[in-house]
Design a protein around this ligand. Sequence first.
Ligand code: BES
Ligand code: MN
Ligand code: ZN
Length: 483
Amino acid sequence: MHIKTSAKAVKADLLVLPVYKTKKLNVSGLTKSHELEAQQAFARKIFKGDIGETLILHNHKDSKALYKTVALLGLGEEKDFNLHKAKEAGSKIASVASASKSSTVAVSNPKQDYGVWMAFAGYLNSYKFTRYLSKKEGVALNSITVVGENKNSSKLAKDLTNTKNAMFYTRDLVNTTSNEIGPKAMVEKAKKLAKQTKSRITVLNRKQLEKMGMGSILAVGQGSKDGPYMVTIEYKNSPEKGQKPIAIIGKGLTFDTGGINLKPTGHIETMKQDKAGACTALGILKYLHETGYKGHVIFAIGIAENLIGSGAIRPGDIIKAYNGKTIEITNTDAEGRMVLADTIAYTQKKYSPSHIISLSTLTGAAIIALGSDITALLSTDKKLTLAVLETAEEVDEPTWELPMYEDYCKKTKGTVSDLLNFSKSIRAGTIMGGAFLREFTSGTPLAHLDMGGTGWTDEGKPCYPSGATGVNIMLVAKTISKL
Ligand code: BES
Ligand code: MN
Ligand code: ZN
């Protein structure tokens, strides 16, 4: 399942011909009958070249034809065409391939590298999570070849193939249900990847966490027989001498019931997604290994299951985190920040990283603030913010910064404890999540990506079929090489 590139036409089940919206339809390389059919459809306004519009032309028993099916794919107005639009249109490669039962696809490159991004989008949208289906139907997409290279295309094709593989790996993990991936099984997944990537892994279990005083992650996990665990994986590949490592931290709640502050129907069903931050961190590790990234990166994931029951933490309980700060649990559903609190404090103390990037489905409020396409960024460092936001544009993974507004941030302070895990009076829930995490960094620059809105999609959207999205692997992997 590679994205391939070729200077010349290649044989394939399906040829996709991207066309801009213009007055006159310009297609070349078609057989006479296809050309006629295409021109007719255009004249009759059946196909206009709007973004993402497709027209499937069937084979007229032309034995010399290189393709069984040809599809026109609209790109919209040329002046508006950009990376985001290329991906939107390219995602349709998956639907035309599936509709025409094609397993090999050729797509002609409209300009620059866009054809490669379109192939990438086609792959992203072709993903199907079939693990629990007894009958697996449909034709799998085997190859997409971009025809018409430029000097950068083959390098980009390799990079985006690696990105796609890492994203699929992350999607598979997140989509796997909580009865199959509980805390212990999540540790096993991390171990397997550590082995594959030749990285050193350390796992702290409940007993060890107790000894070390990690009261915050322990509190979250105490309602479950399984877990909690703190996992660190050290990726090291000829790092520069004297340079501190970068830490990538992920929230790994294998399920979030909300605890005693139980989530209601309509909010609880998809909470297997609450391990998306951790699974994204693992996806980044896979990507770095496969692309031979040079550097020193610490991956730390806090793993727990937020269950309800006689062992569970209660609202009003006060516990002590690893860094010594006491926390009143004003809401047992604000558990992600508590798991991350100890994970951040521990990583900071043990590895003194230069930067921390944390990934988590931290707040539902992120959906209210930015919807389900845009990841929220909370940052304590201007330079780090710029690196993240600049990369977000380059890789088309929309990210917006929310402010660490001090008057809000100070409301994480408690009266009978140092901190509150939830501050009712401040309704900017996503900002409060960031404000809480900042208390555990000891001043190390932190960029926290709240993917509460973006890690998962119920209804699906271009490039992201329903379920786990796999976003932010590319964003973080490309950001760290700028730091
Ligand atoms: N895991 C949830 C956030 C979430 C909700 C992610 C929906 C993805 C989709 C998190 O643990 C949570 O419950 N957050 C609460 C916090 C509140 C109780 C302070 C939220 O944002 O509603
Ligand atoms: Mn929760
Ligand atoms: Zn959660």
